[in-house]
Design a protein around this ligand. Sequence first.
Ligand SMILES: [Zn+2]
Length: 519
Amino acid sequence: MSQKVRYAGGDALAKVHWTNGTQTRMACRACGIESDMAHVISVPHVLLDKPSMGFNRCSACGTLNCDLTVFTDYDEDNAFTENAQWMRHYLQSGAGIDFMIRPLQRIGMRGQLSLLDVGCGVGFTVSYWNWAKGDGHGVEPSAYGRLGSRILDDSIIPDYLSDVPALNGRKFDRVFSSEVIEHVNDTASFVAELKAVTAQDGILVLTTPNAGYIDPLNPLGVLMAALSPGLHRLLFSQQALEDLLRRTGFAYVSVLEVNERLIAYASEVPFERIEDPAAERKSYVRYLLDKSATADDPDLLSGLLFRAFKEQVNAGDFDGALSTANALLALIQGTYELDPANPETMRERVLRTSTFEEFGMVAPYFTPAYLYYAAMLTLQGKAFLPDALRGFEVAAELIQHGIALAPSLFQEAASLYWPAKLHVAIAAMRLDQHDKAKAVLQEILDGDSHMMARPDNALQLRALRELGVATLQSGEPERAMALFRQIAERAPHMRADVVGLYTTAHGQAQERIRPFLKA
Ligand SMILES: [Zn+2]
């Protein structure tokens, strides 16, 4: 391996600089207009020994354009495609399969619809489509495509679309391209190429990072993944992507902003989008479990099982989750000689690692998130871990460790960090460990972490409520009353709940001053 992959951790983060006030004249990769673009952010390259770069905002369409001229591509032999651990991470937890299939589920999958996924990665979308009895095909010129056609689905062709005449002459009911257009030099030609393979009554679905998300208020780990410095040529604004799709000849276009991503639907005919989260999840879990029955590759298999486990816990299917957890347990024991029902051994193993690569050699990359869900399961009375409190505690610790090694690769786990902390505090309160509970709750309220998303408002209010209760229990009713008052002011919907607690605190305060009143 000639170059080392540098993740946006450690010293790299010190090299991030927000707007420096300069203007650069350049042509926009989205709208084509040449203008003086304002500098937005400078970031270090993801590969060591490569220059830093700036992203500038097109004054015509709001798209962020990278000022590099030479980019690193996945289809070349480089640090990414040669890094076995990177691939392993993708299979085990990195690939957002649910994120990829959801837009397709929402525009209908009935019948024998055909799908072409352009730049399909390992090809989970194609695999899901064919599992659902559709006619799915994918092209992917990088090592991911070669792996996918070998271990997942042989409808994945490891080549460029233009080099596969059999597909290029066809039209498809659905054309899908997820996180590809930001790697492309000529975005207009790329979209025209996609339109050429979309049936007249078909629908094109695109996903790509969202320029609107690049803001100092958002967590740096997510920002760095969205920018992928040195890989992404541009980040579309919502408007620019819509304009490009309309210019290409699609009359019906809808571009949604979903946090750091844009999801675009485009067609020449009107189409409907229907969301049914429960049905979408059910189909997804069935796919994961069915596929796990035939998967041979251990990383693919553990990734399928982990994703199913997580969905089952989130859906409240704890019996299903327990059975999946047991299958996962046997697999992890066999592959890593590690007992996944014992948080202490997992903790010890993982904390000893000091690079992203080492992490993946001693434990699955989903370990921090897995422990969180295992603790959730234990909380539901399915005694999977020795105790839930320790599970949440170790989960939070390992999430932090993963984030320190490779922030952009542990963002899914990062979203569980604050919920894990809240569970630790609640469990500590149940065990009458008031000081510990209060310290953890205060951490949540401070929400001090530049690498991860801050705890959301609902979670902070919940922490504030628990802090009030813990303060009351440790005999400080006046302080507790002040906290309950804060909640009532911030969240009218919680007022009824905290009034009861406030009254109790008030009663206790009265009780305490009574002896002094008598005197
Ligand atoms: Zn532009």
